[in-house]
Design a protein around this ligand. Structure first.
Ligand SMILES: [Zn+2]
Length: 364
């Protein structure tokens, strides 16, 4: 299949094609509309889902796209290629596994080309326990004025101050302070929010509806933006086994190979953030043996993606400026470049690696 065929140019197109492919297969389409908002092209915003295969199968494989909206372009393409893949669907059926595809977890940010949602919340930091008091991320508070200075583009003084922070504390400390999640700056980066967001509630509902009778589940959550260009890092976010003798880590390596990395062991390109959406399986469904993986496809350098994120948040914070529309258009272009490379080679790499992960997961 030509890689460009399953990649869309807008959320509206991606949604239309996903729903169309589900209907063409005769599968049931489950839709949750985000009320009170419309998309960039005036379209309705929704999360759509379908279950493929035996609805009562003891084993479930969940594939999610667009937890970080703009990264949904790649996740959506992977889901569409699964729906169009007769051989893969036959394999799933023969293996007695059901597939739950959840499209555009954060439809607003998919449509508007942002990573954060309609309330500037990072959905992959939003699945935290809001009933307990969390330690403030003081590291972020210190970085916030450096990340989002008064004027854009930032001057030399700002760049020097960030470089000085990185040299003094180290890159790992910089990344952790910046991106593990924060609850003090609602207009800042990697904001966890103060309550479960719409996408959080919808995801709980859809996963809940489809998980009740399962014995085993694997969640594959597709992301882009971190790591080497076109390389998909398989990040084990969490796992749970009800067999006391089981070695989950060895199982993960057996299924996906020795390049699986552990988020909690600090082996990943991603910081050890709390509140990941796919960890919902372990926290909410303890009776199911489960593993949750993020597949993170690299795009540009960390400096370049961070620069795009900073500009996007700077524009969001300055949304009352008279030239906001022009700035937002510019921010969207920068974000697309950083999270959705317009390269057939890159897109082919994404589909190929995702196909391999699906084969491995079905054989698990
Ligand atoms: Zn992401």
């Amino acid at each position: 299949m030509s890689s460009s065929k399953v990649f869309s140019q807008s959320y509206a197109e991606a949604r239309y094609r996903f729903c169309d492919a589900v209907k063409a297969r005769g599968f049931h389409l489950e839709t949750r509309v985000l009320e009170g908002h419309t998309g960039l092209l005036g379209e309705a915003l929704a999360t759509d889902a379908t279950i493929v295969g035996d609805p009562l199968a003891p084993e479930l494989i969940i594939v999610t796209s667009g937890v970080h909206g703009i990264e949904g372009y790649s996740g959506s393409a992977c889901q569409l290629s699964i729906l169009e893949d007769d051989e893969l669907l036959r394999k799933a059926e023969r293996a007695g596994k059901a597939l739950l595809l959840i499209h555009a977890v954060s439809p607003f940010s998919f449509s508007y080309g942002r990573r954060a949602n309609e309330n500037n919340v990072d959905i992959n930091r939003n699945f935290i326990d809001f009933s307990s008091v969390r330690p403030a991320n003081s590291g972020y508070a210190e970085l916030h004025p450096l990340m989002l200075p008064e004027a854009w583009p930032p001057g030399d003084q700002n760049r020097d101050a960030i470089r000085a922070y990185q040299l003094e504390r180290g890159m790992q400390a910089f990344r952790d302070a910046l991106s593990t999640g924060q609850q003090v700056h609602p207009e800042g980066l990697f904001y966890s929010g103060l309550e479960p967001e719409w996408s959080n509630r919808v995801l709980r509902e859809i996963v809940g509806m489809n998980s009740a009778s399962r014995q085993r589940a694997i969640w594959l959550d597709i992301h882009t933006g971190l790591g080497p260009y076109g390389f998909g890092e398989k990040i084990l976010v969490d796992m749970r086994s009800n067999d006391a003798d089981a070695d989950g880590w060895a199982d993960a390596k057996r299924i996906w190979g020795h390049d699986v990395v552990s988020l909690s062991a600090g082996e990943s390109v991603s910081s050890n953030a709390s509140g990941a959406a796919c960890a919902l399986l372990q926290s909410e469904f303890p009776s199911i043996d489960s593993m949750s993986l993020v597949i993170e496809f690299g795009t540009l350098s960390m400096t370049e993606t961070l620069e795009a994120l900073r500009f996007d948040h700077w524009v969001y914070r300055n949304r009352n400026l008279p030239n906001y529309d022009t700035l937002a258009r510019e921010a969207r272009k920068t974000m697309l470049k950083a999270f959705y490379p317009a390269s057939d080679l890159w897109r082919g790499m994404i589909l190929g690696q995702m196909r391999a992960v699906m084969e491995q997961t079905l054989a698990a």
